[in-house]
Design a binder for this molecule. Structure first.
Ligand SMILES: [Ca+2]
Ligand SMILES: [Ca+2]
Ligand SMILES: [Ca+2]
Ligand SMILES: [Ca+2]
Length: 235
């Protein structure tokens, strides 16, 4: 995002991840312009996150910015993205069956209702955002099933998902090469290795996650994800 020669960009409840610039200002470049960030995530951009030059300025509050940024209630903590039915940038939530909560949960500046986001979700099992609004992008409810290992999110673990192992399966104790590859970290230990593959292939051969199966949200969704982990681990 470039704000040059005046003007102000207002950014709220957005996630700016994985962008790049040739020199500086990987996510945001302000040159004689201004960006106002609120309840947003700026993470994983290269070679840096934000550059303000020639009188440009970035104001931020209630946001999670890699490397930190001045402003009220800003965070500098791994957002702990997890994949879900609509994309790769849901937030880890213990209420969804994940081991830990993202620091972005309930860290915004307002309630979810006031922010107009109470009908959307940051949860991989599509629980609606309640209480204080979560920081970052909110997904629409898809009511589609999601399971670990289902890279293409068609509701089934098939050979089509297997074809993506070549880019995601980098081995033990090596960081997951992309946020989307976390869908293959079936052991949820921050790598994609043969242990994950064993569980993936067991799900593949057992036919778990049949396309077109019924789906839901809330508690049923929690069951779906925990069942995915359990079934994958049974063999
Ligand atoms: Ca919330
Ligand atoms: Ca699939
Ligand atoms: Ca491992
Ligand atoms: Ca793993």
């Amino acid at each position: 995002m470039q704000n040059i020669i005046g003007g102000t960009a207002n950014v709220a409840n957005s996630t700016l991840f994985g962008n790049s610039a040739v020199l500086e200002g990987g996510a945001i470049l302000n040159r004689l312009g201004q960006a106002d960030l609120r309840t947003s995530i700026v993470w994983g951009n290269a070679p840096d996150q934000i550059l303000s030059i020639d009188g440009g300025e970035t104001l931020a509050d209630f946001s999670n910015i890699e490397g930190g940024w001045p402003g009220a209630s800003n965070l500098n903590a791994d957002p702990l993205f997890v994949p879900g039915p609509g994309g790769c940038f849901y937030l880890s939530q213990s209420s969804s069956g994940a081991p830990v909560d993202s620091p972005c949960i309930d860290a915004g500046s307002d309630t979810a209702v006031t922010a107009g986001l109470s009908g959307l979700t940051t949860s991989q099992v599509e629980t609606l955002d309640t209480g204080v609004v979560d920081i970052g992008f909110h997904y629409r409810i898809t009511d589609r099933p999601f399971t670990l290992g289902d890279y293409d999110r068609d509701g089934a673990i098939t050979l089509a998902d297997y074809s993506d192992w070549s880019t995601c399966g980098t081995g033990p104790a090596i960081a997951v090469p992309s946020v989307c590859c976390r869908v293959f970290d079936i052991e949820t230990d921050d790598d994609v290795d043969l242990a994950d593959f064993a569980r993936f292939s067991a799900s593949l051969s057992s036919g778990f996650g049949e396309a077109g199966s019924s789906s839901g949200s809330g508690a049923a969704g929690v069951d779906r994800v925990s069942r995915a982990i359990r079934v994958a681990g049974e063999k």
